[in-house]
Each structure stands twice: as structure tokens, then as C-alpha cells.
Ligand binder design. Sequence first.
Ligand code: AMP
Length: 607
Amino acid sequence: MEKVIGIDLGTTNSCVAIVENGTPVVIPNRGGYKTTPSMVAVTEAGKRLVGHIAKRQAITNAENTVYAAKRLIGRKWNSPQVKNAVATSSYRIVEGPHNDVRIVLRDKEFSVPEISAMVLQEMKVIAEDYLGEAVTKAVVTVPAYFNDNQRQATKDAGEIAGLDVIRIINEPTAAALSYGFGRNIEKTVAVYDFGGGTFDISILEIGAHGVFKVIATAGDTFLGGEDVDARIIDWLVSGFKEEHGIDLRQDRMALQRLKDAAEKAKCELSSVRETEVNLPFIISSGRNEALHLQRSLTRQTLEELSDDLIERTVDICRQTLEDAKLEKDEIEEVVLVGGMTRMPRIQQAVQQFFEKEPNKGVHPDEVVALGAAIQGAALVDDKQEMILLDVTPHALGIMTFGSYFEELIPQNTTVPTHRTKIFTTSRDNQTAVKILVMQGESQRAEENELLGEFILTGLRRAAKGQVEIEVTFEINADGIVSVRAKDLETSLEQSIQVTATSGLTRDEIKSMMDNAKDDLVDRRTSEEFEAARQEAEKLISEIEKLFPQVQQIVASSDFGRDAIEKAKAIVDKARAAIERKDAAAVKEQLEGLTRTHRMFKGVVAKT
Ligand code: AMP
């Protein structure tokens, strides 16, 4: 049977695993380490270095050593995350030709997938050395909260590395696979995954016969151990500035040394209460004298410096539980994944929130790669009994007339999936429609991520609203999206596999959206909508008529003011739903409107 490796392509470290004789094992690299730094460098002589040897020379070759490339993958040049990385990285990040991101190493520009490909290739070689044979197939993991562009770019990286990436799976899901593998358990678990660059939380049901079903997932792709390191660096830099009046950030080599020292101190403080940061000859005073940095850092200070970051992860957990419609006590096990979960304050925060001791039984650095290997083996071996049902982390839809985001696939829908909705033309004699494919949670289209666009032309000329266009979204098991639009009368069809071109600036996207207005589709005004609209508008008008009277009668009590606020909110929601021509949402508000109307009438009648 063909061997499939599982690769955890981490922000800080990467890990490769395989299932051997039914047992998942991590493959050590040549140095005997089970993880390899996700670092790439080019030496003065033009030699490429990957992993530990890149890390070892990082201080003396800071400008040509890339770390945390995962934070940039699939991102656009003008995104705030990239701007932040440009300001804080010791290597040079420049704008690419398609508003994408390029990294400059010794005057040569590399795309981010190319950099990640070097790390993936290293993992492939580690596996081949160990197995003594060529390996081409891999399952690669990504943070659950990665969007389509980031997933595509990761897949591209695999291809550049000469790997056939047979599946992309989410990191917390992989961790759950590894946790539940071969244990025949039935449990609801939360996987809290805090790594070097990203935070993810997933809630899963592990069922009998190897069924792993994700119920909800959320996260932040720019929240990780690197941010904690950055807080320590800030603290060291400002302390040094106060003492010597010199900004250490100006010196790339000093910055790289600070970065190393900050991470080291952070890790040490997971087991001791106080540590010393000691960086001799960090910079010259400008008066021919070398300055040293020496400062002691306590666990308590570290906790103060990073508390808001930890609190952000807890907020995301709270939201995910709500999305999963579960109470804390329904979570039977909390599994900790990612190097940052070694920090005692984080373990404590998780315990406080979930009100139970988290499970530390899995190895936080290895569990994700092991899960990927388990999934890989299951994909090529029919005898393996395992079903993995994951969800899409973001809602997917299109932009409709009026710049609304019309959702086709809601967040946390089990994938693979497909959904279809019918739209109509938005003006008379419209012969083309432009489909702007978007991902995100906002009702305003421009606040979401644009994934791609295509045009369906050759529509028959007809009055506005007369031509019906069927739009179908499909998400495959990798979480990658394809979209199809079809003229229902002529069966004319256009489709795209959404690709990670990321070739547009925010302004370009906005102007594209503006320009596309004429060609957009509109929501279909159905009879169902008309009926709901009429009923809602009648109720709104009656409520509004009664408003001044009711206000006068009840405004003096807290309860009355509260009731008025609520009534206003219901009316606003109903109005917005009418404007969006969203039949289901209008119907949803009818009950509230009827209740409000009845209450208002009652108040007036009593006086
Ligand atoms: P991962 O992406 O899962 O490999 O996690 C890497 C992150 O975990 C990096 O930010 C590390 O600095 C951090 N980390 C590793 N070991 C420890 C430790 N003992 N205490 C605190 N953080 C750690």
C-alpha cells in the first residue's frame, strides 16, 4: 500500500508522521529531533538552509533568514497582518506583482508558498530518509480558521515541494483524531490549540466506530506564541531605551537576538518563576563602547504582559461554545495542543473557563502530525474504519445588488457540502451577471474576504427580475471552494474553482465592487417574500403609530424603557430584512412584531 505522510506545517516548528503497522509514529529528523524549525535561509554563498541549520545561523544572517512564513501565506500585501509583519520582521517583505507578498533573500524574491515549500520538502526528505523510499503523498494540516486563500496557498506549497497533497485537514481536528484513535470512546471534546502563530478551538463529537464530527470551530490566525514573544521584546526594548536612550529595533541583528532570548525566557518561565535575559554586546553606544542587556523577568510579569492575549483565546472559546449550542458542562474533555499550552497561566485560564482539568496526555508538538498521518492512512486503506466530518470555519456567499453579502453556506456547516440559491437580474435588459464570491461573517459585502469573481454572459434580454440565475457553491473535503452560476432558462453555465490569486488591493476590490454594481444579481422577490413583507410593513406602521403614546405612558419605568428599546430593535431588524429581500428573516421577525403590536395596544387600552 502506498505510504502517506502527515505533515504539521507549523508557524514555528513542523513535524512529520506516518502510520506504521497500524501505529502512528513521529519521524525524527537527522539530528534526532521530532520537530524541525519552520525556518529557511540563504547563505552568503547562495546556499539554501532549512530547519535547525537555518535557525542556528539566524542571528548572524538575520536579514536572510525567514521564520513564521505561515503568518503570511495566502495573505494580501495590504492586509493589516502583512503590514505588521513588515514592521516587525528581521527579513525583508516586499509587495509582489499581484498585490501578494514576496520575501527577499539575498536579492532574490520568493513567494510565500515557495518558502513554505522548502519546509515541506525538508519534511518529505526526513520521511524518505527514514523509510528508505520515495514518498509523494501527504496530508497537510492548516489552522481551522484558515480561509480559502490560505488553504489554496498551502496546497500550492505542497505542489511546489513535489508532494501530492491528498487532503488538507484542520489542526485541531487532526489533534482530535490522534487523541481518539483506537480508543473506541464516545465523547464531546474541545481542542484548545495555541501554537506559535495561530489560535484555534474546535468542538467535536467522537462517536462509535471512529466517527469524528466537528460541531463548531473558530480561531484567530494572528494570535500565537509569537505575540507573547513580541510583548517580551517590547518590554526589553523599552527598558533598554529608558536606561540607555537607544532603540534596539534599529539593529536587525539585535532584534533577532532579542527574539531568540524572548522566546527562550518565555519557555523557561513555564517551569521556573524567574529567569534572566542576558545579551552581552547587544549594541554599540556610538562612543566605541559595547552595551549589554541584562534584565530579570518573572513569571508574574510575563503573565501581566500577555494576559489580554490569553483572554482573547478565552473569548473565542466562549463564542464557539455558543455557536455549538453547548454548555460548558457538556464538554467532557478539553485537549491541549500547541507549544503555548505549556504555559501554566494558559492551562489555568482553560481550566477556569471550562471548569475542568484539561487533558495533557497528548504531546502538544506531535499530536497534529500524528492525526494527519492517521487521516492519510485512512484515505488509502479501505479497511480503516474512520469517518471525519469537518466544518467550514467561515460563511460563504456572494455579493448582491446593494452591496449585501448573501450567505449560501453558513459558518460551521459540515463539509463536503453544496448549496444552491436562485437569484435574478437586478436591472432591465441585463445580459451579464458578475458573481463575486466572498467569505466572511459580515452582512456588508465589503467587510468580507473576496475569494474570486466570474461573469456569466449571454443572458436573454428581459425586464429586471425576470431572468433567474441559479448559483451553486461547493466545498470539497479540503475546505476548498468552487462556484457555478447557471441561467435557468438557457442552461448556460459558468464556473470557477476559487483560486488564491490575491491580486487585488482593498481599493481595487472596492472599485471593482462599485463598478460591478450594474452587473450584480439580485435576491429573488418571491411570493413568499411579498406576503411576509406586506404583513411586516402593516405591523410596523401600526406599531409606529402607537409609539408616541406608549412612550409617554411607560417611559418613566426601567421596564418600560427596556420594552421600547426592544420594540425598536425588532422594527429595525424587520426593516433590514425587508431591505435585503430576505424572506426567511422577515418571517422570523413577524412573531416579534405581532407580540410588540399586541403589547402596545394593551398599554394604550389600559389608560
Ligand atoms: P507550535 O506551533 O505548536 O509548535 O508551538 C510553538 C509555540 O509554543 C512557540 O511560540 C513556542 O515558543 C511555544 N512554546 C514551546 N514550548 C514552550 C514552553 N515550554 N512554554 C511556553 N511556550 C512554549
